[in-house]
Design a protein around this ligand. Structure first.
Ligand code: COA
Length: 258
């Protein structure tokens, strides 16, 4: 069904692997369309509680948009492409947590995919950057906004205006990634984190993700009000009763997502 993705569901974790190794997993239109379809499937899949996105091979996570598709493209065509399939928004709006497992070059639209995810775990070999400036363009998948919110204006401006690449340690030091591990340990560590999250209440995960996302969208007063609403909403779930009961009975909770 998928030409450019390898899909797997393992222990309640949905795994999307972009498989265009010969093009360093660059995002062409077909791949972007497939990602949106895959996310839709994983959203509806009852067993899947967490999603991991990664790239095939050990060279690239995603080396950006497929530059060969830019040649001769008009402004209107580009606008249509970006509006027709809002892959970055699809990640951000996805109701389950998404972890970017960054196994190599994480550039341009690839960095923007990572920025649209909830947690970023990087191999020590990964390289990061927004090199669009070298093509005479700027990031258009949310990079100017999400990178700036995550690492601050100074560092974001530097990366976007110079197009320089940084290594995984520097990405960690500026807060672009959560954790850096040796490449050989990347999958095991990412699955460990995903597994830990998969044990939590899916209802609480959804509310928690939504609440944190509002911090970048609303002012503090509105955000705090929204948090109260989402917090109170958790009290309508069976999972909340189970979580509280399990604590009082000194046992592990068994969350059903209801
Ligand atoms: N779009 C289209 N093709 C890409 C690509 C991209 N973003 N990134 C890599 N490729 C292709 C190369 O053209 C090459 O194709 P070919 O074998 O048909 O010539 C193949 O992938 C391998 O790339 P190569 O440059 O030989 O590999 P490398 O390991 O030496 O370098 C990169 C890897 C990622 C550093 C380098 O390819 C690069 O700078 N890519 C562009 C990154 C970028 O500007 N992204 C933002 C786009 S908006």
């Amino acid at each position: 069904m998928y030409e450019n993705l390898i899909m797997e569901i393992r222990d309640r974790i949905g795994i999307i692997k972009i498989n265009r190794q010969e093009k360093r997993n660059a995002l062409n239109i077909a791949t972007r369309n497939e990602i949106v379809i895959a996310l839709d499937m994983l959203r509806q899949h009852k067993e899947v509680r967490v999603v991991v996105i990664t790239g095939a091979g050990d060279k690239a996570f995603i080396a950006g948009a497929d530059i060969s598709e830019f040649e001769g493209r008009t402004a209107l065509d580009q606008r249509n492409v970006m509006r027709a399939n809002r892959v970055f928004d699809a990640f951000e709006e996805f109701p389950k947590p998404i972890i970017a497992m960054i196994n190599g070059f994480c550039l341009g639209g690839g960095c923007e995919v990572a920025l649209s995810c909830d947690i970023r775990i990087a191999a020590d070999t990964a390289k990061f950057g927004q090199p669009e400036i070298n093509l005479g363009i700027i990031p258009g998948g949310g990079g100017t906004q999400r990178l700036t919110r995550l690492v601050g204006e100074g560092k974001s401006m530097y990366l976007i205006l110079t197009g320089e690449l940084i290594d995984a340690q520097e990405a960690l030091s500026i807060g672009l990634v959560n954790e850096v591990v040796p490449l050989a340990d990347l999958e095991a560590r990412t699955m460990e984190i995903a597994g830990k999250i998969a044990e939590k209440s899916p209802v609480a995960l959804r509310m928690g993700k939504e609440a944190v996302k509002t911090a970048a969208r609303l002012n503090l007063r509105e955000g705090l009000d929204r948090e109260i609403d989402l917090f109170a909403l958790c009290f309508s779930s069976e999972d909340k009763e189970e979580g509280v009961k399990a604590f009082l009975e000194k046992r592990k909770p068994d969350f059903k997502g209801r």
